[in-house]
Design a protein around this ligand. Structure first.
Ligand SMILES: CC(=O)N[C@H]1[C@@H](OP(=O)(O)OP(=O)(O)OC[C@H]2O[C@@H](n3ccc(=O)[nH]c3=O)[C@H](O)[C@@H]2O)O[C@H](CO)[C@@H](O)[C@@H]1O[C@H](C)C(=O)N[C@@H](C)C(=O)N[C@H](CCC(=O)O)C(=O)O
Ligand SMILES: Nc1ncnc2c1ncn2[C@@H]1O[C@H](COP(=O)(O)OP(=O)(O)OP(=O)(O)O)[C@@H](O)[C@H]1O
Ligand SMILES: N[C@H](CCC[C@H](N)C(=O)O)C(=O)O
Ligand SMILES: [Mg+2]
Length: 492
């Protein structure tokens, strides 16, 4: 593609001619530039890649987008905000794939991955081909491919949507993280439906304040146009039981559809009966009531189901198909996932890594057992330090016994993380620290009696542990299975 054609399509009002070249790809990482790439310089928090323009040129870049003039033999196009330009260039380069899909974006602190899986289950049940993108990767049909982030950079995103369209996907479903919104990763995406799950504390290392975090989430709703390019209305699906929704309602041009359990809403549920293998309830939609069983434990998952139901309903799926789709959702990796290795007590692996999700999941665990709840959890390094004492407090308050352990300490000292977690404790005794996660899981499973429940929280589907700069294979589900087996051997 000619550089001038790409620029004219991507950057409105672009007129200047800086020398014509043929662009065969786009790159934002000097280390990954291929011959023929347009290199986009980004001033990030760690690196200013304007300084790597020469490396990019040496690796084969044919032109450069930058936020300031650079001395280079290549054409240099100066823009105000190169991340925005990158999103627009990626959209144009991949021929605006999100205009050829029905696209649903899910934002919120907790429940994004779960809600995307629920929407996927409904669409799949309705015979619609889907592509799902988020924390667990990029899923099209049965193929699952890992992604670098929950919401990747615009280049990866637009490439993924292009692949979806080429594979006859008609419904794209994606998680939209607050980091992605602030850094404009989703700017080229044409959303038909935007969903808000909830807002509680997380990521304050990045956003600094809850207000700034909420402002980041608001961007998704503020950027929703009244109509899509095909002239159809867009929808903002809001949780009426979360007070942040009011601010999103104020800024959106999309039609607002509500869901919730405590306040009047378009989509709600009544007569909830919570069990370990799922929840039965009456789903209320604008079509009436539908008795159903959601095969996911926890009241919080009923919220996720309502959000998913609303998102599919506004896209024309009938309520009976929605209820059946929800009933058929497959196991969501690492989300309240039961590990069964012949033991008599429940062992659950869950991705709770925020104060609110840990509290919710422990409340659910408590409701499901008559014995003790034993929790194994930690807090990620190089992430929000201020959530650590709250998570630790929620763990000791919600469980009968807590074992604090490593959860991706990354560049931080595990001891410092445990100190952050426990320093405000006032004589709490029902906890211990075992930094090695394998030992911690083993201890929890070996100390459990047949009436107890073991919850291993924080890593869910993750198959790694990051300590320092090293990433090791580590899977809570495998570790729990091994611990159950050694427990059996000890007993025999
Ligand atoms: C806070 C955050 O989101 N940071 C992301 C962001 O970093 P940044 O803007 O500071 O960029 P930077 O690392 O300084 O690099 C600037 C530019 O230099 C380039 N570079 C860098 C080195 C080099 O040799 N050559 C080169 O060209 C980089 O490719 C980049 O284009 O852009 C980088 C490039 O894409 C990401 O790697 C980085 O993700 C970091 C590693 C990260 O951990 N992000 C997490 C927190 C994240 O994004 N999480 C969200 C939330 C998940 C949730 O909902 O819980 C997610 O969507 O996953
Ligand atoms: N609606 C909800 N409200 C509160 N907690 C929830 C909700 N849904 C799920 N959870 C809890 O949060 C954990 C993470 O859920 P999920 O992966 O769906 O969220 P997410 O928003 O995608 O998280 P991430 O930000 O890491 O991508 C679950 O394992 C569960 O413990
Ligand atoms: N998307 C979240 C995941 C956290 C998962 C937890 N295991 C950790 O590493 O802190 C983050 O990057 O903050
Ligand atoms: Mg997620």
């Amino acid at each position: 593609m000619k550089l001038s054609t790409l620029l004219q399509q991507a950057i409105p009002f672009y007129t200047a001619v800086h020398g014509e070249v043929n662009v065969t790809g786009i790159s934002m990482d000097s280390r990954k530039v291929s011959e023929g790439d347009l290199f986009v310089c980004i001033k990030g928090l760690q690196h200013d890649s304007h300084l790597y323009a020469a490396d990019a040129e040496a690796n084969g870049a044919v032109a450069i987008i930058a936020e300031r003039p650079l001395a280079s033999t290549l054409p240099v196009i100066v823009v105000d905000d190169s991340r925005t330009a990158l999103a627009q260039l990626a959209d144009a380069f991949f021929q605006s794939p999100t205009n050829q899909l029905h696209l649903t974006g899910v934002t919120g602190t907790n429940g994004k991955t779960t809600t995307t899986y629920l929407i996927d289950a409904i669409y799949t049940h309705a015979g619609i081909r889907t592509g799902t993108l988020g924390t667990t990767g990029l899923k099209v049909g049965d193929s699952l491919q890992a992604l670098p982030n929950t919401t990747p950079e615009s280049l990866t995103l637009q490439q993924a949507f292009r692949d979806m369209v080429d594979q006859q996907v008609t419904a794209g479903i994606m998680e939209v993280s607050s980091h992605a919104l602030v850094t404009g990763r989703t700017r080229g995406c044409q959303f038909d439906v935007a969903i808000f799950t909830n807002l509680t504390q997380d990521h304050l290392d990045y956003h600094q304040t809850l207000t700034a975090y909420q402002d980041a989430k608001r961007l998704l709703f503020a950027s929703l146009p009244a109509k899509t390019k095909t002239g159809k209305p867009t929808f903002a699906i809001l949780n009426v039981d979360d007070k942040a929704s009011a601010g999103f309602r104020d800024v959106t041009q999309g039609l607002v559809v509500t869901y919730g359990l405590e306040n009047e809403a378009d989509f709600s549920a009544s007569q909830l009966v919570l069990k370990s293998k799922g929840t039965t309830f009456n789903l209320k939609t604008p079509d009436g009531f539908f008795a159903m069983t959601l095969p996911l434990a926890g009241k919080f998952n009923v919220y996720n189901a309502l959000a998913a139901a609303a998102a599919c309903f506004v896209n024309g799926i009938d309520s009976r198909t929605i209820a059946e789709g929800l009933e058929n959702v497959p196991v969501i990796p690492g989300r309240f996932e039961l590990v069964n290795a012949g033991q008599k007590f429940p062992v659950i692996v869950d991705y709770a890594h925020t104060p609110d999700s840990l509290k919710n999941v422990l409340d659910t665990a408590k409701e499901l057992t008559e014995g003790r709840v034993i929790v194994v959890c930690g807090c990620g390094g190089d992430r929000d330090r201020t959530k650590r004492p709250i998570m630790a407090k929620n763990a000791v308050d919600g469980a009968d016994y807590a074992i604090f352990t490593n959860d991706n300490p990354r560049s931080e000292s595990p001891e410092q993380i445990f100190t952050d977690m426990t320093q405000s404790f006032k004589g709490e005794t029902a906890f211990e620290v075992i930094s090695d996660r394998r030992e911690a899981i083993t201890k929890a499973i070996h100390m459990a009696t047949d009436s107890d429940l073991v919850l291993i929280a924080g890593k869910g589907h993750e198959t790694y542990q990051i300590i320092g700069k090293d990433t090791f294979h580590f899977d809570d589900r495998e570790e729990a299975t091994m611990a159950i087996q050694t427990r059996d051997q000890n007993e025999n």
